[in-house]
Design a protein around this ligand. Structure first.
Ligand code: PEP
Ligand code: MG
Length: 575
């Protein structure tokens, strides 16, 4: 029995065996004087097992992530079936009387080195990766080690990993993966954000879960409190089953608000929107009664594609979201690659600080062809709903002006070509860099709206990496400095008759919402699963009382603890 704590990143409670998604140790001893026929038989058996595994993974992947993505496994099957490589392995076994592991390693290393040396040929580079994957699988079969694979999961488990990349997370099949727990990461790392949109309970930043648990061991994940229990007792299992039931009952209460307006106790209307990563996520937004989409992170469209998505492919996705939202506002953010999100087909320079580097609008402005393709697709989709285009990571007014000029140029081009483009789409920016938050007054004169990206705004203001659990204590949404910046942005927008939303995780944070209502935030955008809970909370808040609360927090509190105490007291008094 063991207990571990981490950061609750996506709500829920799950009880299931652990599935360790860690790099296995495939080291082996070289043995000579082996009987070749026996080693060849072992190799053949391992090859058959590898083939069966790849076929099964391919089938599961096609169902869970799509036929196109599953095709990578066809390439793996081809490597396995290619006699050239395996015949060489068998020759070495016969001539040198070594064990199959040694022969396999020798031949696969040779092929990998050969393909990798063809540096300017991406096709050959991919072949090297395929050979590495396949030979690892055969090696694991020889060593009787199970090779973990997120797409191959086909029973109820809790995935345990050091970290999950956004693409690992995208491959998790919600039907079988009951939760995930990682060593590293924070509430705003992209795997955590994706867990919320997939509605998979998650705890991140436990520091040592992969060391503490064995594959297949039973575990409880309480992602309401951020607690993991390893090898629980029967009493603990019973206790947590009860807790899970109570949580479900609470969710059923919130579900009654699905068609209700988002309004405070004293009648002030706000918008509660959803953050989405794919057009399918728009269904979750509708099911949870969101008033719109406050952030569509379009980079996932790029990440899911083997090459830059074409204008038509992008147009179809944007149109799909606008149509699913049926006239409700949809904020589409232009691509935000960089930081922790990469494209295999867009090589970026190695950087010391990727979150401070070449990212988002900085790439878009430097790659006008790519940027224009996205803007063309967006403007063409504008006739299908209430489109709001948003530029990420804007630091200076000049960046905004450049992006807006390109947008206007693209608009004119489309009209000249005879395309229909709406005349009343909005254009706004994310406020996630402190310079823009401080200078909001100037931006407010030129943009239609702001959306505050607190995930980045907090990391840049506090100089605390959002991915680093060692400094997560500095990741303080309720720090008076952050609150002051937010207030400045909202006031600046209102002074110019514009609106401000918040699409960072703070927008769905139940402790922050009373303060944000008090500061006059117009739109709250969050994971779809938080919409109803937030609507319930907002309906209990009086906007005037919250205004006084926010003023007090900003002007009288010196520390985050003082702010929290103030909010906790106010929330406890609600009926
Ligand atoms: C943010 O920074 O708050 C935000 C919403 O953008 P992302 O999390 O995608 O960086
Ligand atoms: Mg951001």
């Amino acid at each position: 029995m063991g207990r571990l704590t981490g950061i609750a990143a996506s709500s829920g409670i799950s009880i299931a065996p652990a599935y360790l998604l860690v790099e296995p140790d495939l080291s082996f001893e070289t043995v000579t004087d082996r009987e070749p026929s026996e080693e060849i038989a072992r190799l053949d058996k391992a090859l058959q097992q590898a083939q069966a595994e790849i076929e099964q993974i391919r089938e599961t992947a096609a169902k869970s992530i799509g036929e196109e993505e599953a095709q990578v496994f066809d390439a793996h099957l081809l490597v396995l079936a290619d006699p050239e490589m395996m015949d060489q392995v068998k020759d070495i076994i016969t001539n040198e009387k070594v064990n199959a592991e040694h022969a396999l390693k020798q031949v696969s290393d040779m092929f990998i080195t050969m393909f990798e040396s063809m540096e300017d040929n991406p096709y050959m580079q991919e072949r090297a990766a395929d050979i590495r994957d396949v030979s690892d699988r055969v090696m694991a079969a020889l060593l009787a080690i199970r090779l973990p694979s997120p797409v191959g999961i086909n029973e109820q488990v809790i995935v345990v990993a050091n970290d999950l990349t956004p693409s690992d997370t995208a491959q998790l099949n919600k039907e079988f993966v009951r939760a995930f727990v990682t060593d590293i990461g924070g509430r705003t790392s992209h795997s955590a954000i994706m867990a919320r949109s997939l509605e998979i309970p998650a705890i991140v930043g436990t520091e040592s879960i992969t060391q503490e648990i064995k594959d297949g061991q039973m575990m409880i994940v309480d992602a309401l409190e951020g607690v993991v229990i390893i090898d629980p007792s029967d009493e603990e299992i019973a206790e947590y089953k009860e807790k899970a039931k109570a949580y479900e009952a609470q969710r059923a209460e919130w579900a009654k608000l699905v068609d209700a307006p988002s309004v405070t106790k004293d009648g002030k209307e706000v918008e509660i929107a959803a953050n989405i990563g794919t057009p399918q996520d728009a269904e979750g937004a509708v099911e949870n009664g969101a008033d719109g989409v406050g952030l569509y992170r379009t980079e996932f469209l790029y990440m899911d594609s083997p090459d830059f998505p074409t204008e038509d492919e992008q147009y179809e996705s944007y149109k799909e979201v606008l149509e699913k939202m049926d006239g409700k506002g949809v904020v589409v953010r232009t691509m935000d690659i960089g930081g922790d999100k990469f494209l295999p087909y867009l090589p970026l320079p190695e950087e010391m600080n990727p979150f401070l580097g070449y990212r988002a609008i900085r790439i878009s402005l430097a790659e006008p062809k790519m940027f224009k393709t996205q803007l063309r697709a967006l403007l063409r989709s504008s006739v299908h709903g209430d489109l709001r285009i948003m530029f990420p990571m804007i630091a200076t007014l000049n960046e905004y002006r450049k992006a807006k000029a390109i947008l206007d140029e693209v608009h004119k081009e489309l009209v000249d070509e005879g395309h229909k483009v709406s005349d009343d789409y909005q254009v706004g920016i994310m406020i996630e860099i402190p310079a823009a938050a401080v200078n909001a007054k100037q931006f407010a004169k030129e943009v239609d709206f702001f959306s505050i990206g607190t995930n980045d705004l907090i990391q840049y203001t506090m100089a605390a990496d959002r991915m680093n659990e060692k400094v997560s204590y500095l990741y303080q949404p309720y720090n008076p400095a952050i609150l002051s910046l937010i207030k400045n942005v909202i006031d600046a927008s209102h002074a110019e008759g514009k609106w401000t939303g918040m699409c960072g995780e703070m927008g769905g944070d139940q402790m922050a919402i009373p303060l944000l209502i008090g500061m006059g935030l117009d739109e709250f955008s969050m994971s779809a699963s938080s919409v109803l809970e937030s609507r319930s909370l907002i309906s209990k808040l009086d906007s005037k009382e919250m205004e006084a609360l926010a003023d007090k927090a900003i002007n009288e509190c010196g520390t985050v603890e003082e702010v929290m105490e103030l909010v906790e007291k106010a929330v406890a008094e609600l009926d």
